[in-house]
Ligand binder design. Structure first.
Ligand code: DGL
Length: 259
Protein backbone atom coordinates (compact mmCIF):
# COMPACT_ATOMS: atom_id res chain seq x y z
CA UNK A 1 0.00 0.00 0.00
CA UNK A 2 1.10 3.56 -0.75
CA UNK A 3 2.18 4.91 2.64
CA UNK A 4 0.74 8.32 1.78
CA UNK A 5 -2.75 6.81 1.90
CA UNK A 6 -2.38 5.70 5.52
CA UNK A 7 -4.22 7.71 8.18
CA UNK A 8 -2.64 9.95 10.82
CA UNK A 9 -3.09 8.47 14.32
CA UNK A 10 -4.03 10.83 17.15
CA UNK A 11 -4.27 9.83 20.81
CA UNK A 12 -5.30 11.46 24.05
CA UNK A 13 -6.31 10.30 27.53
CA UNK A 14 -9.91 10.93 26.48
CA UNK A 15 -11.86 13.66 24.74
CA UNK A 16 -9.33 16.50 25.07
CA UNK A 17 -7.31 15.66 21.98
CA UNK A 18 -10.40 16.36 19.88
CA UNK A 19 -9.37 20.02 20.16
CA UNK A 20 -6.22 19.02 18.25
CA UNK A 21 -8.10 16.74 15.85
CA UNK A 22 -10.40 19.66 14.93
CA UNK A 23 -7.37 21.80 14.10
CA UNK A 24 -5.73 18.93 12.15
CA UNK A 25 -8.81 18.39 10.00
CA UNK A 26 -8.95 22.13 9.31
CA UNK A 27 -5.32 22.26 8.22
CA UNK A 28 -5.19 18.89 6.41
CA UNK A 29 -8.73 18.25 5.11
CA UNK A 30 -7.53 15.70 2.57
CA UNK A 31 -5.96 13.41 5.19
CA UNK A 32 -7.59 10.48 6.98
CA UNK A 33 -7.42 10.33 10.79
CA UNK A 34 -7.87 7.68 13.48
CA UNK A 35 -8.48 9.23 16.89
CA UNK A 36 -8.02 7.06 19.97
CA UNK A 37 -9.36 8.41 23.27
CA UNK A 38 -8.36 6.42 26.35
CA UNK A 39 -11.42 7.54 28.34
CA UNK A 40 -11.47 4.31 30.36
CA UNK A 41 -8.20 5.46 31.96
CA UNK A 42 -8.75 9.24 32.09
CA UNK A 43 -7.64 11.36 33.81
CA UNK A 44 -3.95 10.75 33.20
CA UNK A 45 -2.77 13.93 34.94
CA UNK A 46 -3.08 12.59 38.47
CA UNK A 47 -1.35 9.26 37.78
CA UNK A 48 2.36 8.62 38.12
CA UNK A 49 4.68 8.96 35.18
CA UNK A 50 5.38 5.24 34.68
CA UNK A 51 1.69 4.36 34.57
CA UNK A 52 1.02 7.15 32.05
CA UNK A 53 3.96 5.96 29.95
CA UNK A 54 2.55 2.44 29.82
CA UNK A 55 -0.99 3.62 29.02
CA UNK A 56 0.32 5.89 26.26
CA UNK A 57 2.39 3.07 24.79
CA UNK A 58 -0.69 0.85 24.69
CA UNK A 59 -2.70 3.51 22.81
CA UNK A 60 0.12 4.22 20.37
CA UNK A 61 0.75 0.49 19.90
CA UNK A 62 -2.88 0.06 18.90
CA UNK A 63 -2.67 2.89 16.36
CA UNK A 64 0.57 1.56 14.90
CA UNK A 65 -1.01 -1.86 14.52
CA UNK A 66 -3.91 -0.31 12.64
CA UNK A 67 -1.36 1.23 10.25
CA UNK A 68 -0.63 4.96 10.48
CA UNK A 69 1.94 7.20 8.79
CA UNK A 70 2.33 9.59 11.74
CA UNK A 71 1.32 9.78 15.40
CA UNK A 72 0.16 12.95 17.14
CA UNK A 73 0.18 12.64 20.93
CA UNK A 74 -2.60 15.17 21.51
CA UNK A 75 -2.03 15.15 25.26
CA UNK A 76 0.52 17.29 27.09
CA UNK A 77 0.59 14.83 29.97
CA UNK A 78 1.22 11.77 27.79
CA UNK A 79 3.85 13.71 25.83
CA UNK A 80 5.72 14.57 29.05
CA UNK A 81 5.68 10.96 30.19
CA UNK A 82 6.22 9.00 26.99
CA UNK A 83 7.35 10.91 23.90
CA UNK A 84 11.04 10.07 24.28
CA UNK A 85 10.56 6.34 24.72
CA UNK A 86 8.01 6.22 21.89
CA UNK A 87 10.46 7.89 19.51
CA UNK A 88 13.02 5.23 20.40
CA UNK A 89 10.51 2.42 19.83
CA UNK A 90 9.09 3.70 16.53
CA UNK A 91 12.04 5.18 14.70
CA UNK A 92 10.28 5.07 11.32
CA UNK A 93 7.11 6.89 12.29
CA UNK A 94 7.15 10.62 13.00
CA UNK A 95 5.84 11.12 16.55
CA UNK A 96 4.59 14.63 17.27
CA UNK A 97 4.09 15.69 20.88
CA UNK A 98 2.35 18.71 22.36
CA UNK A 99 3.64 21.05 25.06
CA UNK A 100 2.22 24.14 26.77
CA UNK A 101 2.38 27.02 24.25
CA UNK A 102 4.72 29.15 26.34
CA UNK A 103 6.81 30.23 23.36
CA UNK A 104 4.00 32.07 21.50
CA UNK A 105 2.84 33.55 24.81
CA UNK A 106 6.27 35.01 25.60
CA UNK A 107 6.77 36.20 22.01
CA UNK A 108 3.37 37.89 22.11
CA UNK A 109 3.83 39.42 25.57
CA UNK A 110 7.54 39.94 26.31
CA UNK A 111 7.96 41.02 29.93
CA UNK A 112 4.25 40.39 30.55
CA UNK A 113 2.37 38.36 33.15
CA UNK A 114 1.79 34.87 31.80
CA UNK A 115 -0.02 32.05 33.61
CA UNK A 116 0.62 28.50 32.41
CA UNK A 117 -2.12 26.02 33.30
CA UNK A 118 -1.87 22.25 32.81
CA UNK A 119 -2.25 18.97 34.69
CA UNK A 120 -0.16 18.39 37.78
CA UNK A 121 2.02 15.87 36.00
CA UNK A 122 2.80 18.17 33.07
CA UNK A 123 3.83 20.99 35.39
CA UNK A 124 6.10 18.85 37.55
CA UNK A 125 7.81 16.93 34.73
CA UNK A 126 11.29 17.66 33.47
CA UNK A 127 10.05 18.50 29.96
CA UNK A 128 8.10 21.49 31.25
CA UNK A 129 10.86 22.48 33.71
CA UNK A 130 13.20 22.67 30.73
CA UNK A 131 10.72 24.76 28.73
CA UNK A 132 10.32 27.10 31.68
CA UNK A 133 14.07 27.47 31.96
CA UNK A 134 14.29 28.53 28.28
CA UNK A 135 11.92 31.47 28.85
CA UNK A 136 12.96 32.48 32.35
CA UNK A 137 13.58 36.21 32.60
CA UNK A 138 11.70 36.94 29.34
CA UNK A 139 8.33 37.36 31.10
CA UNK A 140 6.81 36.87 34.57
CA UNK A 141 5.76 33.26 34.25
CA UNK A 142 3.43 31.67 36.80
CA UNK A 143 2.06 28.13 36.90
CA UNK A 144 -1.27 26.77 38.07
CA UNK A 145 -2.51 23.16 37.91
CA UNK A 146 -6.06 23.09 36.58
CA UNK A 147 -6.50 19.36 36.06
CA UNK A 148 -10.03 19.12 37.42
CA UNK A 149 -11.32 20.62 34.15
CA UNK A 150 -10.57 17.21 32.62
CA UNK A 151 -13.32 15.54 34.67
CA UNK A 152 -15.88 18.17 33.66
CA UNK A 153 -15.08 17.67 29.97
CA UNK A 154 -15.12 13.87 30.25
CA UNK A 155 -18.43 13.88 32.13
CA UNK A 156 -20.09 16.43 29.84
CA UNK A 157 -20.49 18.96 32.67
CA UNK A 158 -19.12 22.09 31.00
CA UNK A 159 -22.18 24.16 31.83
CA UNK A 160 -22.26 23.17 35.48
CA UNK A 161 -22.13 25.68 38.31
CA UNK A 162 -19.51 23.47 39.90
CA UNK A 163 -17.07 24.13 37.04
CA UNK A 164 -17.66 27.88 37.22
CA UNK A 165 -17.10 27.82 40.99
CA UNK A 166 -13.87 25.82 40.57
CA UNK A 167 -12.50 28.16 37.90
CA UNK A 168 -13.45 31.20 39.91
CA UNK A 169 -11.75 29.91 43.01
CA UNK A 170 -8.52 28.97 41.23
CA UNK A 171 -8.24 31.75 38.63
CA UNK A 172 -9.56 34.83 40.43
CA UNK A 173 -6.39 35.37 42.51
CA UNK A 174 -4.43 35.41 39.23
CA UNK A 175 -6.72 37.82 37.45
CA UNK A 176 -6.10 40.22 40.35
CA UNK A 177 -2.43 40.57 39.28
CA UNK A 178 -3.44 41.48 35.72
CA UNK A 179 -2.67 38.61 33.35
CA UNK A 180 -1.57 39.36 29.79
CA UNK A 181 -1.92 35.75 28.71
CA UNK A 182 -3.07 32.40 30.00
CA UNK A 183 -1.65 29.27 28.38
CA UNK A 184 -3.96 26.25 28.22
CA UNK A 185 -1.38 23.47 28.56
CA UNK A 186 -3.84 20.59 28.48
CA UNK A 187 -5.88 19.66 25.43
CA UNK A 188 -9.07 19.30 27.47
CA UNK A 189 -8.97 22.96 28.57
CA UNK A 190 -9.94 24.64 25.25
CA UNK A 191 -13.38 23.06 25.63
CA UNK A 192 -13.84 25.23 28.73
CA UNK A 193 -12.74 28.36 26.84
CA UNK A 194 -16.06 30.16 27.31
CA UNK A 195 -16.03 29.49 31.07
CA UNK A 196 -12.37 30.54 31.42
CA UNK A 197 -12.97 33.68 29.34
CA UNK A 198 -15.82 34.70 31.67
CA UNK A 199 -13.41 34.74 34.59
CA UNK A 200 -10.21 36.16 33.06
CA UNK A 201 -12.06 38.79 30.99
CA UNK A 202 -11.52 40.01 27.43
CA UNK A 203 -8.11 41.60 27.93
CA UNK A 204 -6.22 38.40 28.68
CA UNK A 205 -5.09 36.40 25.64
CA UNK A 206 -5.92 32.69 25.89
CA UNK A 207 -3.40 30.54 24.03
CA UNK A 208 -3.33 26.80 23.37
CA UNK A 209 -0.87 24.56 21.57
CA UNK A 210 -3.14 22.83 19.04
CA UNK A 211 -2.37 24.95 15.97
CA UNK A 212 1.42 24.87 16.52
CA UNK A 213 1.38 21.11 17.03
CA UNK A 214 -0.64 20.48 13.91
CA UNK A 215 1.63 22.76 11.84
CA UNK A 216 4.58 20.67 13.03
CA UNK A 217 2.72 17.46 12.08
CA UNK A 218 2.14 18.89 8.60
CA UNK A 219 5.82 19.91 8.23
CA UNK A 220 6.97 16.41 9.17
CA UNK A 221 4.70 14.81 6.58
CA UNK A 222 5.80 17.30 3.91
CA UNK A 223 9.45 16.61 4.66
CA UNK A 224 8.90 12.86 4.19
CA UNK A 225 6.63 13.28 1.16
CA UNK A 226 3.82 11.54 3.03
CA UNK A 227 0.85 13.83 2.29
CA UNK A 228 -2.02 12.43 0.22
CA UNK A 229 -1.99 15.51 -1.99
CA UNK A 230 -5.78 15.83 -1.69
CA UNK A 231 -7.39 19.05 -0.52
CA UNK A 232 -10.63 17.56 0.82
CA UNK A 233 -12.54 14.34 1.51
CA UNK A 234 -10.50 12.93 4.41
CA UNK A 235 -12.21 10.42 6.71
CA UNK A 236 -12.15 10.65 10.51
CA UNK A 237 -12.57 7.56 12.66
CA UNK A 238 -12.90 7.93 16.45
CA UNK A 239 -12.33 5.09 18.90
CA UNK A 240 -12.37 4.99 22.67
CA UNK A 241 -11.24 2.54 25.29
CA UNK A 242 -14.04 1.14 27.48
CA UNK A 243 -17.22 1.23 25.51
CA UNK A 244 -19.91 3.77 26.08
CA UNK A 245 -22.14 4.82 23.20
CA UNK A 246 -22.53 8.15 24.93
CA UNK A 247 -18.86 8.89 24.23
CA UNK A 248 -19.37 9.13 20.49
CA UNK A 249 -22.23 11.58 20.92
CA UNK A 250 -20.14 13.76 23.24
CA UNK A 251 -17.13 13.53 20.90
CA UNK A 252 -19.28 14.78 18.00
CA UNK A 253 -20.68 17.59 20.15
CA UNK A 254 -17.21 18.73 21.24
CA UNK A 255 -15.84 18.56 17.68
CA UNK A 256 -18.72 20.79 16.59
CA UNK A 257 -17.88 23.40 19.22
CA UNK A 258 -14.40 23.73 17.66
CA UNK A 259 -15.61 24.25 14.06
N1 DGL B 1 -5.57 16.06 27.75
C1 DGL B 1 -4.43 15.78 28.55
C2 DGL B 1 -3.36 16.86 28.42
O1 DGL B 1 -3.27 17.52 27.41
C3 DGL B 1 -4.57 15.40 29.99
C4 DGL B 1 -5.86 15.03 30.55
C5 DGL B 1 -5.78 14.03 31.68
O2 DGL B 1 -5.40 14.37 32.81
O3 DGL B 1 -6.14 12.91 31.38
O4 DGL B 1 -2.58 17.04 29.31
Amino acid sequence: MDRRELPIGIMDSGLGGLSVLGEAVRLMPGENFIYYGDSANAPYGIKDKEEIRQLTETCVGYLVERGVKEIIIACNTATSAAVNSLRETYEDIPIIGIEPALKPAVLGFPGGNILVTATELTLREQKFRHLLHCYEGKAQIYVQPLGRIVEFVERGLLDSEELTAYLEEVLSPWTAIGLDAIVLGCTHFPFALKQIRQIVGERTAIIDGAAGTVREALRQLERRDLLTGRSHGGIVETIQSGSDGEWLRRAKELLDTRK
